[in-house]
Design a protein around this ligand. Sequence first.
Ligand SMILES: *Cc1c(COP(=O)(O)O)cnc(C)c1O
Length: 426
Amino acid sequence: MTKPQISVETVQQMDKQDPLHAFRNEFHLKSDHYYMDGNSLGLLSKRAEQSLLTSLEDWKDYGIEGWTDGREPWFYMAEKLGAMTAPLLGAEAEEVINTGSITTNLHQLLATFYKPKGSRTKIIADELNFPSDIYALKSQLELHNLDPEEHLVRVKSRDGRTLAEDDIIEAMDETTALLLLPSVLYRSGQLLDVKRIVKAAHDKGIIAGFDLAHSIGALPHQLDEWQVDFAVWCTYKYLNSGPGGVGGLYVNKRHFGTSPGLAGWFSSNKQKQFDMDHHLSAADDAGAYQIGTPHILSSAPLLGSLELFHEAGIHKIRQKSLQLTRLMMDLLHQELDGFGFELATPIEDERRGGHISLVHPEAARICKALKAASITPDYRAPNVIRLAPIALYTSHEDVYEVMQILKEIIQEEKHKQYSNERGIIA
Ligand SMILES: *Cc1c(COP(=O)(O)O)cnc(C)c1O
C-alpha cells in the first residue's frame, strides 16, 4: 500500500486537530518566516519577556532588597527554577538546580564524582560528542595527571552518525570510573536508551552522567526511575530561556552530601550562607553544586518560559514533536527523493529526539539559500542541515512550506549562487 499524498489540506487539518496549536500565540514569531533552529536558540515567548522585565522592575524598585523582597526573590530563584524543571526530568525538586552553563556544570560534577582509584581511572564518552564536553573531560583527566589519550575512551560510531548501545556497554569494564553521554546526539538527533546504559554501567560499578542539551524540553525523562547519577543541560535550546540563559544540573538524591568538587559560597546551606564562616556548610541537596552569585538576568526569562511547558505538558509536547518530525521525514520522501539528501536521524520514534538531520554534500550553500528564502536552518560542518520544528511554536503547515521551499531551491538550483563554505557561527 502506498502512503496517501500529503497536501496543504492534510497539514492544515493536522493543525486544526493540534491541541498545542494556540501556544504559537505565546511567542514572538515573525510573519512569513520559518524558524527551524529552536534546537540551537529557542525563540522568545511573551512570558519569558515578562519574567525578565519583572526582575528588572525588582532591581529598579528594591535595589539590594530584591534578593529577598522582590516579586521573584533572586536569592531563591535557582531553587525555584529547579523545582519547576524537575517534572520535565522525572526528578524531585531538590535534585535539580539552575546554575552555570553545561560546560561549567560538567566541570563541577566531574570534579565531584570523577574519583579515579587504583586501576579504575577511565572515562567513557563517544567520538560523536560535542567538543565542549570532550574538552571538559580531557581537562579533568589532566587535573588528575592522567593522559586523555589513554584514559578517555571514545566509543566509535559504526556509521559516523549514530551510536550502538551494545558498543557503549561493550566498552565498560573494571577500569571505567565514569561515563558521560548525550541523551540525544547533537548532530544526528539519535535518542539513546538511557535506562539500559545506566543499568549496565551500575552493574559494573560505573557512575553514569548525561548531557541533556538536546532532550530537555523536547521529550520527557525519568532520571529517578533510571537511576541516572547526574545530568547537565542548557536552557537556551528547547527551553527558550534566551542567549546565554542559565544552565541546569541534576544530582540523584542518593549522592546528596557528596562535597562539591568546586565549592563556593553559593554551595552553602542557605540559612548559613551569610554567617560568612570559613568552613563551608554545603546545602544537603543539588544546591550544593552551585558556585558563585547566580546570573539573575539570564535566569529570569526561564521562569516565564517554564510556565508554558507546564501548561502544555511535556507528554503532549513530545507527541506533537514526533508528529512534526515524522511529517518532515514523510515530506522529504515525497518531495525530495533523488536530490542527494540522506536522512541521518533514526526513523523510529523511540530513537529520535526533536530535530531532523539531513546530510548533503552542498549543505553549506543550501543553508544560505534557505536563509535567503526566509527560513532559519541550522548548519553543522561539513555537510549537515539540522531542521527543528518546535512543538510550542511550529505548525504542521510551517513544516510543509519549509519542505516546499527546500524543494524549489534544489530544483531550480538556487543554492548554486552561494559558496559552499560555512560562516563564523554555524
Ligand atoms: C549546546 C551544547 C553545549 C554548550 O555548552 P555551554 O556550556 O552551554 O556553552 C555543550 N554540549 C552539548 C552536547 C550541547 O548540545
